[in-house]
Design a protein around this ligand. Structure first.
Ligand code: 13P
Length: 259
C-alpha cells in the first residue's frame, strides 16, 4: 500500500453552463456520504465560466470537493485573447489544472513543450498540474504505445520541478479509450502506469516517483472503477462522460474508495 492519496477528478469538458454546473455539483454532494471523501481527494473541472459559481458553492456549503480548471496559459498575464492565466485560477481557489489533454493536443496543436510551460506555470503558482499523456490507436496497434507515452512524459515535464511529489499528477488517457466506451485492460493500464512511474523516477529520483500520483482516464464508469483502483500504480481516475451524471460520479467516488 502506498501513501499516495487517491485522486478522483471529473473533467466536465465543454458541458454545463454555470447554472447547470451549480445544480450538478449540488447533486454530486447530495449523493456522497462523509466516508466517500474520507482519505481521498475529489476534484471537478467545469468550464471556465462556472468556476466562480462553484467556488462560491463549495465555500458556502463547505463541500469536500476541490476545484480544477481544464487548461491554462503559461504566462501570468499579457496580450493573449481568449486565454486564462494560472494566477487568475488561483484567485478562484482552483487547486488543480489539467494540461495537455489529448483534445487540446489534437484540436489546438499543443505540443509537449507548450504543455511543459503550462505545467511549470501551475507549479510556480502552487497549483497541481494534471499532465495528460496517451497514445492514439495507431501507436497502440503497432506496439509503440509505451514509446509514444514515455516520450510525452519526458517532454511534458521538461524543467518542471514540483516542490513536493504530491504537487504533480500525471494522467494516462489512451486516446482510443476516450468517450468510446473502450477501456485499457487492467493489465495494460498497470503496465503503462508502472512504465510512467519508472520514467518519473529517472527524471526526479525514486523517492519523488513514489509520491507522484498517476491517474487513468478513458471511459471510466462505476462498473470498471474497482478494477482500475486496485492497480498498484494507478492512484486515481480522470473521468469525462460519467462525471456529468451525479449518480455515476458519486458511485465512482464511493466504489473507488472501497477498494
Ligand atoms: P471519458 O471518460 O468520457 O472517456 O473521457 C475521458 C477524458 O477525456 C477525461 O479527461
Amino acid at each position: 500500500m502506498s501513501d499516495r492519496t487517491p485522486l478522483i477528478v471529473g473533467n466536465w469538458k465543454m458541458h454545463r453552463d454555470h447554472l447547470e454546473a451549480i445544480q450538478l455539483l449540488q447533486r454530486v454532494a447530495y449523493h456522497l456520504t462523509e466516508e466517500d471523501t474520507d482519505g481521498q481527494t475529489v476534484v471537478v473541472c467545469p468550464p471556465f465560466t462556472a468556476l466562480r459559481s462553484l467556488q462560491t458553492l463549495i465555500a458556502s456549503d463547505r463541500l469536500p470537493i476541490g476545484l480544477g480548471a481544464q487548461d491554462c496559459h503559461p504566462d501570468a498575464e499579457g496580450a493573449h485573447t481568449g486565454d486564462v492565466s494560472v494566477p487568475m485560477l488561483a484567485r478562484l481557489d482552483v487547486g488543480h489544472v489539467i494540461v495537455g489533454h489529448s483534445e487540446r493536443r489534437l484540436h489546438h496543436a499543443e505540443d509537449d513543450a507548450l504543455v511543459a510551460r503550462k505545467a511549470r506555470a501551475a507549479v510556480a503558482a502552487g497549483l497541481t498540474p494534471i499532465v495528460c499523456v496517451g497514445e492514439g490507436e495507431a501507436a497502440r496497434e503497432s506496439g509503440r504505445a509505451e514509446e509514444v507515452v514515455l516520450a510525452q512524459v519526458r517532454g511534458s515535464l521538461a524543467d518542471v520541478e514540483p516542490a513536493d511529489p504530491a504537487g504533480l499528477v500525471i494522467a494516462y488517457e489512451p486516446v482510443w479509450a476516450i468517450g468510446t466506451g473502450r477501456t485499457a485492460t487492467p493489465d495494460d493500464a498497470q503496465q503503462m502506469a508502472a512504465a510512467i512511474r519508472g520514467t518519473v523516477a529517472e527524471r526526479y529520483g525514486a523517492a519523488t516517483a513514489e509520491g507522484v500520483r498517476l491517474l487513468y482516464g478513458g471511459s471510466v464508469k462505476p462498473a470498471n472503477i474497482r478494477s482500475l483502483m486496485a492497480l498498484a500504480d494507478v492512484d486515481g481516475v480522470l473521468v469525462g462522460g460519467a462525471s456529468l451524471s451525479a449518480e455515476d460520479f458519486a458511485l465512482i467516488i464511493g466504489h473507488g474508495r472501497a477498494v
